[in-house]
Structure formats: C-alpha cells, structure tokens
Design a protein around this ligand. Sequence first.
Ligand code: BGC
Length: 720
Amino acid sequence: MLDLKKLIDGMTVEEKIGQLAQFNANVFSGSDADITGPLVKNGLTGDDLYRIGSLLNFKDSKEMNELQKRHLEGDRNKIPMVFMMDVIHGYRTIFPIPLALGGSFDTELVEECTRMSAVEASSAGVQVTFTPMVDYVRDARWGRVMETCGEEPILNGIMGAAQVKAFHGEDMSKFGGLATCVKHYAAYGGAEAGRDYNQVELSEHILREFYLPAYKACIDAGVDMLMPSFNVLNGVPAVANSWLMKKVLREEWGFEGVVISDYDAVGELITHGIAADKKEAAKYAFKNGCDIEMCSNGYIKHLKEMIEEGIFTEEQLDAVVLKILELKKRLGLFEDPYKGASPETEEKTCLTAENRALVRKAANECAVLLKNDGVLPFSKEHKKIALIGPFADNHNIIGFWSCCGKNEESVTVKQGVQSKLPDVEIKVVKGCSDKWNEIDKSRFDEAVKAAREADIVILCLGEPQNYSGEGNCRTDLDLPGVQNELAEKVIGANSNTAVLLFTGRPLAISKLDSIAPAILNMWFPGTEGGNAAADLLFGDANPSGKITMTFPKSVGQCPIYYNHTNTGRPISKQRDEMHNPYASNYIDCGNLPLYSFGHGLSYSNFVYEGMTLSKKEMNIDGEIKVTVTVYNDSDIAGKETVQLYMRDLVASTARPVQQLIAFEKITLGPKERKTVEFAVTEPMLRFWNSENEFVSEKGEFTLSVGYADNMYYTERFSLK
Ligand code: BGC
C-alpha cells in the first residue's frame, strides 16, 4: 500500500515545492546541459526540471511517454508527473462548441460526446482536462462565450456536472478516466464591455444567483480541481481574492480539491498592481489556497524562502503536496504512470468512424433553425445547387479550443452535400474573400450568376473561427466583410435560398434576418459539420437546437439576456419598436432581441395544447405538479425542449421577469401527443436576499411554458 504521508516525509522542501509547479512541456526541449530557451524564459534551472509535478500542452502520447519516462528516471522519489490539457469540445474528433452543445438541452448527448473525448484524450496521454468551463455570460462581444453554455445558470450547472461525471467514467484510475477542473472561478464572463481579461464589478446577489451556481454544481458533482479566473473581481484578482477563494470556496462550499492558477495568473498579480514582485505574488496566491501555479515561477523561486522566514509553515506545504499526490493516486498514476497511452492506442482510438458518427449526430442536435419561411427542408429532387459564400467549401469550422482536432480533417459543406447527392450538379462560388476585412466585391457577379442558374442556393456565411475564443472579442457583431451585401445580391437573384451560419457567438444579424428566407445556425459544428449541414438542409435530420444566449438586434443592446429585471418603467412588447419617452428603452432600437433565449424552430409543427397546475397554493415543504401537453401537428418526427419558467411577482429584491426552472426534451412522432410533468418545489423559488442568504418569500408566483418573451401559457400560484 502506497503511504503518501511517508513519501512526503522523505521529500526535500524543493521537491515538495516542485509538485506545486506546472509548466508547458516545451521546458523539457533540449538536454539538461542545454539550459536555453524555454527553461531560461521560465526562470528554471536544470535541477528544477525533475521536480516539476505536472505539465500542460504536450503534443501526443509519444511525447508524453518520453517525458514521463525521463522524469521517472531522474526523480529519486519516483513520483509521476500528471499531464493536463484543455479538452473542451473533443480531443481529436471535434463536436460542436459548448455554446452549441448546451442548446441541445440533452445531457445524455453531452455525456456521450464527453466520454468519447475522454477516451481519445486518454489514448494520447491526457490525465486531467481543464474542463468544464461554466462561466456565466451575458455579453456576446466576449470571445469566450463559445466555451460556455450561455446565460442560464441552471443549465450551465447541469451541463458542467454532466461533463464531470462523463470525464471520470466508471473508474478514473483506469484508461479513459480523466480528472476534471472547473473554471474560471469566478465571473470571468462578466468582463466589462465584453473585453477579455477586463475587470468585473458585480454585487453579491448577482454573483450568488447567476455567476456562482454553476461552479458549485460542478463541485457537488465531484470535480477534482478548480481554476481561479484571470479577472479582478470587485477590486481583487481572483487568485488573490480571499472572499472568493477562502470564504466561499473552502469554508462555505467545503471544496477540498486542488486549485490551479490560470496561465501566469500568479505572475500577473504584479501587472494588476496588487503585488510588488514575484515573491509577494506567490505569497498572496499561496495564502489564498492556490495549490498549483501554472506557468509562472513564484513558488519555485520564493516559497522555500517564505517558509524559512516563517510566513508559511512546512506543514502547510505538506498539506498541499498531499492533496496533489492524492489526485495522482486517484488517477492511478502510481500504478501506471502512462495509463495505457501509446501511439498504437491513439491510432486505434481517435477519429474512428464511430466517433465521427457521434459528432455528426451532435452537430445535428445542436444546430438551431433561427428562421424558416418555408424553404427548408430542401427536396433532394433539385438538379442544380449553388453553394455560395466563404464557408461553402471551408474546413475551418471546428471552432476555437479544438485541442488536437485538425481543420483539414473536417467535412466541408461542399463535401457533405456532394456525398449526400452525388448525382446533382453543384456549383461552388466563394463570392467574397475570407480575408475577412477585405472589401472586395469583384466576385459578386459570379455569385449572382450561379444563384440565378441554380434551383436552390445554400449561402454559407458567418464569422471566422478565430473571431471567438480566448482574447478574441469584438465591438461589431454583424457579419464581417461584405457578406451582407453578398447576401442581398444572391437572395435577390434566387429567393430559394437558405443561409447556413457559422459562428462562435450570437451575432447581430438584423440585416440578414430581414432578407433571408431561412437561416440555419450551425455554430462551429466540428469535424462532421458539412455532413450534418447536408442532413439538416435536406431533411434527413430535423433541427431541434435552441439558443442559450440571446442574439441582439444591435451590438448596442449588449449585454442583453432573458432573465433581466422589469425596471420601474418597462415597455410592452407591442410598443417595442417605438421610442417611449421616460421609459426604459432606446431612441433608435427596441428592447426585444433578434432571437430570444430558448428560441429554435423545427420542421415539425409543435402545438402547446395546455398547461395545468395540480394546485394553486403550495406549502413550504409541498410540491406543485405542472403538466404540459405538446402535439406534433405535422408528418415529420421531431424533438422539442419543453421549458418551464417561474416569476416571483413580489419580493424584497426585484426579481427577473423570467427564470428557467426546469426543462425536458421530448421526441414526438408525426401527429403524436405527449404530456410532460414537472414538479415545482420551494427551493426552486429561492433567491439571494439583502440579508445575504438564499430564501424564498411567501406570496404570488407565475409559472409559464414557452420561451423567454414568448410564453404560450401562464398560471399563478401562491407560496403559503
Ligand atoms: C486559459 C485557460 C486554459 C489555460 C491552459 C489559459 O489561457 O484561460 O482556460 O485552461 O490557458 O491552456
């Protein structure tokens, strides 16, 4: 039996501190004697090398195996390194970006995709993933909205918890089992003006109700690690923020897992103007419970000195080392430091036909039909198809954070349509440049000609994949370049046009919406994007995704989200497009968004036939059963997400106009009817009050079924 405490007793202070250090795998490039490049840049010496506890950003199983072997030969304690990576939406076979996946409202699908990525990643030597990312978001300008499930706190938590469970698998210590790290704690998504790394100022009740619950849900699901965010939260950067890191995380929530800083976030305490130097930065981070320092060297350089000075004790260090070694033990690394990773396993495991089939299904489930005037689905009988636009034959559709996925391994729209309809004549015209800001309209004529000569047009537009993701924020949320003008010309030439949209965030596409007969939002769909697009366009799959982040009409409406408060001067939906003096609105734009949270059409025609409440009064320990009946009034089988919302009509703090409290995705055959039942209980009605506690207050509530600002039925009840 491995005795970790005994192992720690035999370690030197330097060796212990090494366990708290994480660097990029490239610190190992070159021989020990050749102390150049990355080593020098990271302020490391050759002696530090064999003590490093973990690595990130290595290439594959071959590199991982070599590094682990070399490390174990050099480390007298024989403590394996642990290898970490960002496996966000697939390892090699890429499924849709998280913002899309959340909109499937399908936890089983999320678990299936996550399991697949865990097994692929494990074959390549990944042991810990920096997932789930559950930052709550309201501002589409922020590039990292693509990594989240959007503006719904409950949904974010449910999807995060599903990922934790699926990454672990049945036995985390075996091949295919990965440890997880929830991030970025906290409120990174609240960056002011949607600009990455910007400061966040949020009241406690907004934090508690919207931003914090998803991290907590992941902790309750057994997440192993947690990453504090880069941002300043209410004046103090997360990694040094004692309210966040000690009071809430450790004391209130009882989190006992390993905390790892974000990339150089400890070093950045100096840039924030919080610490005078590396030593002080390391002091703040360690004091506030940051266990591993990612890619900065404050601990390696200064922790020993701080122990000698009595700022920290060696017992404190031992407790952190124990936590890290326990994680390694739970991962099974002391038995098998390679966990079955090898080039042969990788070859057998990654990008298989089965995995491709799964991500194709996922891309089908996540696409959102934003608009359809009846052109979709297209018949397969058409003889001539024009594929127009910068995404018509473009492999760059897998999205940011695609880990080891390769763009060139993806299926383009052209390839997808061609393989579905091998005998049809397909004309591909890019129409405009994919050097996105180039104002070149010289290819418009060719596009118009192709559109005119075709029976149907598939117009493939969007924003490039490097316009979203870390550091990629925008102030303009419309289609970049001359795509709107291209769309106008093409649709003018052939109204039998459907737009396929590729994007990593909600876009403000009012112009496009006003002219396009149909818009099918593919998000960034992943490796099988082109095949999924063809399935959906030609009716082999029926769209069922919903948007989980509001699409604004104009970027000036941002931040815009469905769960806002009413204000003292709201305007009615009917008066939205007018300017209402002395009301809460704009002179030049309505308050309603272009597409609301929860919106997403289908080829089926779902009719909500009614909603009933089992009673109209509920005791604090009681329950109300809500039944909703949905009928598929069409000949096409489809899926619908039934969404239940709540509103607290009178409370001691102003409550949102709607809050999602439950959902269920159902499948309905042609002309089929189903009844969904939800149980509403008191904890679902709680909020953070001015006394700083989660409470419910007696009084009147409404329950509604529908989505955001489009409710089909609303009923009242009271909490006694
Ligand atoms: C990101 C994290 C990521 C880390 C390691 C940082 O820049 O903010 O989300 O886990 O890099 O790749």
